[in-house]
Design a protein around this ligand. Structure first.
Ligand code: ADP
Ligand code: MG
Length: 753
């Protein structure tokens, strides 16, 4: 029996999924696998684990496991469910890559999909679970796809062994045919239950014209207009990345400053907002509707751009009043403290306590405005949103299949995603979605986003699967298969790293069925990509392991350094920024060391930063002062611990430990480290272009790589920018303004094969 607080119980009863509890539980009882679809916010993530708990799925020996593609969701959902059930976090817990609060009393465990995949490696039958829920399956993240493939085999195996297990796949969209109609995956189709969400109608307002460049400016102006002209209700703005989120937050805070004390109490403020609303309606007629400056670049759409989305009754002709029109150019707003806006950023790298703020009601007398990236699209439901501003774009990482060069590109999102975003406005009452693009542009969006597995390299997955003795990865029941080229490239890389056996005949190579080697097994046990796993496997030499662990941890955590080329908001800010930049550059130079250690390049800078930060106790203050991202440094610390344990498990005789006062490596250790790095990144070797080879000026200071026709470069912020060694290895090539190598370290000519 669960003892919920009355207010929680009341809120639950309003969730659409509660009305389906019996249908869902009956389907789960009668079928090994069930698919559940329901709009975001219908209560799937928070309620279904509770249904299973109350039906006794965690009262025997097994527990309830829930996977999420995002760490944010795993952490926040476990807290939420614990609170709803009035149970401690020892019982409703979470586990993500670096941390968790799981205990032997845990009954419901939220985790990232990667964590469960790792667990399958140690216990293929997942015997500690009586049920697994795969959440957010519509996101089609690589690990989610693989898990569904594996579980489609594990569930029948468990049932055959008399240890029954259930699988529940939950999706926010109705597009589940890849799961239900895929006979290779599920020979008999699982039932798909649809939860009818009480979605209020959302009126869609398309822009007449589509800003091709300054969509953040457009998002800012649209938000200002909504705030000034429209009745109370939260605003959710979708942008593509952290930098954009911060810039729009800053501008909005400046336009509608909120300080403690400048708000009146709620009642007065509501009438104030209404008065402003009425007043601005009169003002509105004088706003320019056509932006002549923008005219030539943009086709003018004709016809009615307002559309009703979603089911439900038409709204009374309020539509036209709420159509705010396209926005004029880049005028800054005049600060108006009389209508404070409570502006919060939301993106996945944001600290959890900051993220949690969006769930709390805004201070009385203010309007909530969340400026978010894609995280707000489906995994988190922010209460009280009535207006959505959608830039229509998404930032994704793209990989070149042949060269492996990656770049972040902002591109149009899919129609399905845009509709998800719009849906966020209609959870509590009818809402409005302002799309900063025309209906014609929307018509050209692809219908759905592609499954991630078709868009990225798969060497890590192939290694994990081989470790599960799935030798013929091509035959695996993927919901969507990765492309053949990617599978070939992965198999080749793993052979060159020594993780798979070299095929004897070409025919064997063609079948992609090389079995795993003992080295490959060791590599698979490390929670990092194969290139880095190889470095760990070689780290024993010359007592280098603690350094290899620290470097690998630093290389696999995203963005450990604060950005140096952040744009300044004002002149005063810009001189401060210049000072700061100078200091941070100096710190990086210090960490790069001297003499021999310089040749380890960017990796030495990382090692130096990790060492210095740990030595100082890894405090937020130290990070702030030295331009390190605190969250990244905490992750590195945890990952060092985790990698240290993993290495000790494979190779207990080395007895490696995390030393907070690690001394810098000696000269001969640096040489050894560079060789280890070369062994892992051997396929990322680049040779400096010789003077006499330069036929085209763009090759100056360029490097030649085996796969690329174009030169690649050492970035000005790199520790090796001035040295320009003859040979280097790099972590990856990122295309920004040029093709830049990241994480560069020098290679001695005699080491090059
Ligand atoms: P779904 O998984 O179907 O998208 P959820 O179970 O995540 O739906 O959300 C159901 C409801 O619970 C939503 O209305 C949401 O606002 C509320 N909710 C979820 N997390 C929190 C939280 N941390 N604080 C307050 N309310 C929350
Ligand atoms: Mg959910």
């Amino acid at each position: 029996p669960v003892d919920r607080l009355p207010e929680i119980q009341e809120a639950r009863l309003k969730l659409p999924v509660l009305a389906e509890e019996q249908v869902i539980m009956e389907a789960v009882r009668e079928n090994p696998c069930v698919v559940l679809c329901g709009e975001t916010g219908s209560g799937k993530t928070t309620q279904v684990p509770q249904f299973l708990y109350e039906a006794g799925y965690a009262s025997g020996s097994g527990i309830i496991g829930v996977t999420e593609p995002r760490r944010v969701a795993a952490v926040s959902m476990s807290h939420r469910v614990a609170k709803e059930m009035n149970l401690p976090t020892q019982v409703v817990s979470y586990q993500i890559r670096y941390e968790g609060n799981v205990t032997s009393d845990t009954k419901i465990k939220f985790m990232t999909d990667g964590v469960l995949l790792k667990e399958i490696q140690t216990d293929f039958l997942l015997q500690k679970y009586s049920v697994i829920i795969i959440d957010e399956a519509h996101e089609r993240s690589v690990y989610t796809d693989i898990l569904i493939g594996l579980l489609s085999r594990i569930v029948p195996l468990r049932n055959k062994k008399g240890l029954p297990m259930k699988l529940l796949v939950m999706s926010a969209t109705l597009r589940v045919e890849d799961f239900t109609e895929n006979r290779k995956l599920f020979p008999s189709p699982p039932p798909a239950i649809k939860v009818d969400a009480r979605q209020f109608p959302v009126t869609i307002h398309f822009n007449k014209r589509t800003p091709l460049e300054d969509y953040t400016g457009e998002a800012f102006h649209k938000t200002c207009k909504i705030h000034r002209m429209l009745p109370p209700g939260g605003i959710l703005v979708f942008l593509t990345g952290q930098a954009e989120v911060h810039s729009v937050c800053r501008r909005l805070r400046k336009a509608f400053p909120f300080r403690k004390g400048n708000t009146t109490d709620e009642e007065v403020d509501t009438s104030e907002a209404t008065r402003k609303f009425k007043k601005s309606k009169q003002k509105k007629t004088s706003l320019p509707r056509i932006d002549l400056d923008n005219y030539s670049a943009l086709p003018v759409d004709e016809g009615d751009e307002d559309r009703q989305a979603g089911i439900g009754e038409e709204e009374e002709d309020e539509g036209s009043d709420l159509d705010l029109g396209d926005d004029p150019g880049d005028t800054e707003e005049k600060a108006d403290p009389s209508i404070p806006l409570y502006v919060l950023p939301l993106y996945s790298l944001l600290a959890p306590e900051q993220q949690a703020k969006v769930f709390r009601p805004p201070p009385p007398g203010t309007r909530l405005c969340v400026v978010a990236t894609n995280v707000a699209e489906t995994s988190l439901t922010i209460p009280g949103i009535k207006y959505v501003v959608d830039c229509g774009r998404v930032k994704k990482r793209y990989y070149d299949r042949v060269t492996g060069v990656s770049s972040f590109k902002v591109s149009w999102t899919s129609q399905a995603s845009a509709n998800q975003r719009a849906g966020r406005a209609g959870r509590t009452e009818p809402g409005h979605c302002y799309r900063l693009y025309s209906s014609a542009v929307f018509g050209d969006f692809s219908q759905f986003s592609e499954a991630e597995i078709t868009r990225r390299p798969v060497e890590d997955l192939v290694l994990q699967m081989k470790d599960l003795n799935i030798d013929k990865v091509v035959n695996f029941p993927f919901p969507t298969s990765p492309c053949a080229e990617a599978l070939v490239a992965a198999e080749q890389l793993l052979i060159s790293l020594g993780a798979l056996k070299e095929p004897v005949k070409d025919l064997e190579r063609a079948k992609l069925s090389s079995p795993i080697t003992p080295l490959g097994r060791a590599m698979a046990s490390f929670p990092v990509a194969p290139r880095y796993a190889k470095m760990l496997a070689l780290g024993k030499q010359q007592d280098c392991l603690p350094y290899v662990i620290a470097v690998v941890a630093a290389m696999t955590v995203r963005e450990i350094f604060e950005e140096l080329d952040r744009p300044a908001g004002s002149e005063d800010e810009s001189s401060k920024l210049a000072q700061r930049r100078a200091r941070l550059t100096q710190m990086r130079r210090l960490w790069a060391g001297q003499g021999a250690s310089l040749l380890l390049g960017d990796l030495m800078v990382m090692l130096g930063a990790v060492g210095a930060c740990e030595f100082a106790g890894c405090t937020p203050k130290f990070c702030e002062e030295n331009g390190l991202r605190y969250k990244a440094m905490v992750e590195i610390r945890r990952l060092r611990g985790q990698l240290t344990n993993a290495v000790n498990a494979v190779c207990p005789e080395v007895g490696v430990f995390v030393d907070p006062k690690m001394t810098p490596p000696t000269e001969s250790q640096v040489v050894c480290l560079r060789q280890i790095v070369l062994a892992g990144l051997g396929d990322h070797l680049a040779r400096r272009v010789q003077e006499e080879e330069i036929l085209d000026p763009k090759w100056k200071n360029g490097y030649k790589t085996p796969l690329l026709d174009e030169p690649v470069f050492i970035h000005p912020t790199s520790a090796l920018f001035k040295t320009l060694p003859q040979f280097v290895v790099y972590q990856e090539v990122m295309e920004t303004t040029k093709m830049y190598m990241r994480g560069v370290s020098a290679v001695d000519a005699e080491w090059v094969p």
